[in-house]
Design a protein around this ligand. Structure first.
Ligand code: 15L
Length: 276
């Protein structure tokens, strides 16, 4: 079976850390990519692909870029915690433009969601894909909104989408938390390949992490995609033992440092969501 999609693939956020990894990895497979970002693409554009500088706030341009594409790998937008007003345009309005483009083209969307959509779950919890969304800031909130937008577009318009709650995707884990949350670049590229080529995905959630034995995460839709991580953070455990912050809030929750930013709850009493 061909590993090359029939139609071109739109990759937003192409100039960011993960976008560059994907442009290189998918370009090397011979995929025809439409790369876009608000800043110039710093690498050589893979053969058969093109780069167009664009702002996610510009809906007309996003619609044009998506013309003829069968898949949108949406990695664009603000990728760290920022004030609400900075997140709003790229991550909320921009996402709406992506979904409208997908609806018009009959394209599938892979949404780069984040562990920060569920960041206020405690590290002692083992989560399945249908756990409560517990965002740990405005960035995480935009990711939770994005997942719900995907669900709405699937139910209302039949736009298929894969919501990847990415843990920590870096060349290597750099602290003790990442022994649980690390996603290798190779596992990420393979995940995007399967998400694009899988026959039917409906609207689903994937935990974006390698096969880390210290994981916080369990069930998701990976079997539907035919994806399983091949790498693991376990081999880095010896170097990471002491790499903790010493901050009680940060170490308590899965979202780590993001949970402690602007944290103003008094007395260190942990937040709880009441369940009936
Ligand atoms: C994310 O969502 C960020 O984009 C990334 O920079 C890391 O902070 C990562 O989460 C993480 O939680 O390690």
């Amino acid at each position: 079976m061909s590993q090359i999609p029939e139609k071109p693939v739109l990759l937003t956020g192409a100039s960011g850390g993960l976008g560059r990894v994907l442009a290189r990895g998918l370009g090397a497979l011979g995929w025809k990519l439409v790369l876009t970002d608000i800043v110039p693409f710093p690498d050589p554009v893979p053969a058969g692909s093109r780069f167009v500088k664009a702002d996610l706030n510009d809906g007309v341009t996003i619609l044009r870029l998506a013309e003829g594409c069968g898949m949108i790998l949406h990695f664009g937008g603000v990728s760290v915690e920022r004030p609400f007003e900075e997140v709003l345009g790229p991550n909320i309005r921009g996402l709406y433009h992506i979904y409208e483009a997908a609806r018009r083209e009959g394209a599938r969307v892979l949404f780069a969601s984040s562990n920060h959509a569920i960041g206020f779950h405690e590290r002692s919890e083992a989560l399945d894909d249908d756990c409560q969304l517990l965002p740990d800031g405005y960035y995480g909130l935009s990711k939770a909104y994005g997942e719900l937008m995907g669900r709405m577009y699937w139910f209302k318009h039949g736009v298929e989408n894969i919501n990847v709650r990415i843990g920590s995707s870096f060349p290597e884990p750099i602290d003790a938390r990442m022994l649980s949350t690390w996603l290798s670049y190779d596992d990420l590229v393979r995940l995007c390949v399967r998400a694009t080529l899988a026959e039917r995905v409906e609207s689903c959630v994937i935990w974006g992490a390698s096969a880390n034995s210290r994981t916080y995460w369990r069930r998701d839709a990976r079997d539907t995609l035919g994806w399983a991580p091949e790498d693991s953070a376990d081999g880095f455990a010896g170097q990471m033992g002491g790499k903790v912050t010493g901050d009680a809030v940060v170490e308590r929750y899965q979202g780590g440092a993001y949970t402690g930013m602007e944290y103003s709850r008094e007395g260190g009493v942990p937040g709880k969501v009441f369940r009936r």
